[in-house]
Design a binder for this molecule. Structure first.
Ligand code: AMP
Ligand code: MG
Length: 388
């Protein structure tokens, strides 16, 4: 059995093979850049107006209006002292513009413009290069593209980017007792839910399961299922059958497929029987079957590895410390990831912490990390992994 820190370290120290591809702006959300991006030109590329109003020549309270420039116009006008032109947000300002005055602070009579107060030099002018200079670093290699990132790339005229390919993830759930939701179940059976939770957890972070199989607790079936799945997977996720029960065949089936164990069993609650292994350039996580354990292991261990496989600079869930809103004692002899809710800058440990209980995880928004057998007092800072 190894510590949580050691398990995370083993995951991080794996060398992984990444491949790159070119993707369009429409289709690159959540991918990570395989090259730095630098600005191809100054941003903005010309001085322009930050307001709908008037571009002013010199500092006065009265001007003569001599024309108009709209967004997109070439604006070859040159302002003389005491002249103003009507201008709109984003329009190129005329040469010799001292400032722009927003229209709300002006009155117009015929071709005369009157200001409420004197303008300040440079006001409401967005200067060429004010955000970025040509050649400046915009995003570093490993930056994981967000909607704002896509907006930025678009504004730089970039329509395609070189990104790291996402890993192919295959999923296998094991268990004789499992029945797909929507079917009728017999006494002793339960509904299979982990494949849905795990596949959607992947999706939430923009990773996608290519294949999803359900296999009974049958050694040969599990062994051949793993063999087939490893052919196409970069990462194989298994659920169930990895503990010490008589029907837990996953570990042996992995061994017989030539998968090398990197760790098995982590001193934690939930998710003690977590397994991580590799075969050549392919990796395997076998997650415990209990629904809250498997999802918690996904968040803490699988997600950081998915980021690594996809060339992302991200290391896992966002982690923040919050004051706990009540006294609490973790009675477990193992360090614990507890289902919790962060609200108004405080964290509350939820009821229903059992490994099989997933409702508290669904209504909560964090996993709070608590040391083994350590009481905490209201107001103590608790490290939280945010899951929503
Ligand atoms: P196992 O790790 O196979 O011993 O399973 C531990 C517990 O999790 C048992 O109560 C199983 O019935 C339950 N379980 C295993 N796999 C799933 C699954 N895919 N969906 C829901 N519950 C599961
Ligand atoms: Mg089982």
């Amino acid at each position: 059995m190894i510590s949580i820190e050691k398990a995370l370290e083993i995951i991080q120290e794996q060398s992984v093979e990444t491949k790159t591809e070119i993707r369009t702006l429409e289709d690159c959300l959540g991918y990570s850049l395989s090259k730095d991006i630098t600005a191809p030109f100054d941003m903005p590329s010309f001085d322009n107006s930050a307001m709908d109003g008037y571009a002013l020549g010199g500092i006065y309270k009265e001007y003569k209006i001599v024309g108009e420039v709209a967004a997109g116009d070439k604006s070859e006008k040159k302002l003389q002292e005491g002249e103003a032109v009507r201008i709109f947000t984003g329009a190129k300002i005329p040469d010799n513009t001292t400032a722009v005055m927003m229209q709300e602070k002006t009155t117009v009579t015929a071709d005369k413009l009157f200001l409420e107060h004197l303008p300040k030099e440079g006001q409401s002018i967005r200067k060429k290069g004010g955000e970025l200079r040509k050649g400046a670093l915009v995003f570093e290699k490993g930056y994981t593209i967000t909607p704002a990132g896509i907006g930025m790339l678009g504004s730089l005229g970039i329509s395609k980017v070189s990104v790291f390919k996402k890993p192919v993830i295959n999923l296998i759930t094991t268990g004789n007792e499992l029945v797909p939701p929507g079917k009728s179940k017999e006494e002793g059976q339960i509904y299979e839910s982990n494949s849905f939770a795990l596949a959607s957890a992947c999706e939430k972070y923009r990773f996608f399961c290519a294949d999803n199989k359900q296999i009974p607790d049958d050694f040969e079936a599990i062994k051949s299922g793993i063999k087939a799945s490893l052919k196409t997977a970069d990462l194989l996720l298994l659920s169930g059958g990895i503990s010490v029960g008589d029907y837990d065949f996953v570990k042996q089936a992995l061994e017989e497929n030539g998968v090398e164990e990197l760790f098995y069993k982590v001193f934690q609650k939930p998710g003690k029987p977590l397994y991580f292994g590799k075969k050549a350039d392919k990796f395997v996580f076998a997650l415990p079957g209990n629904p809250a354990s498997s999802l918690s292991c996904f968040y803490i261990y699988v997600l950081p590895f998915l980021y690594k496989l996809s060339g992302s600079e991200k290391k896992g869930l966002p982690r923040y410390s919050f004051q706990i809103s009540h006294d609490f004692e973790n009675r477990s002899d193992r360090p614990s990831f507890m289902k919790a809710k962060v609200e108004q800058n405080e964290v509350k440990i939820l009821d229903a912490q059992g490994s099989s209980m997933i409702r508290s995880m669904a209504t909560g928004n964090a996993l709070a990390f608590l040391d083994a057998e350590t009481p905490v007092k209201k107001g103590d800072l608790i490290e939280c992994f945010l899951i929503s």
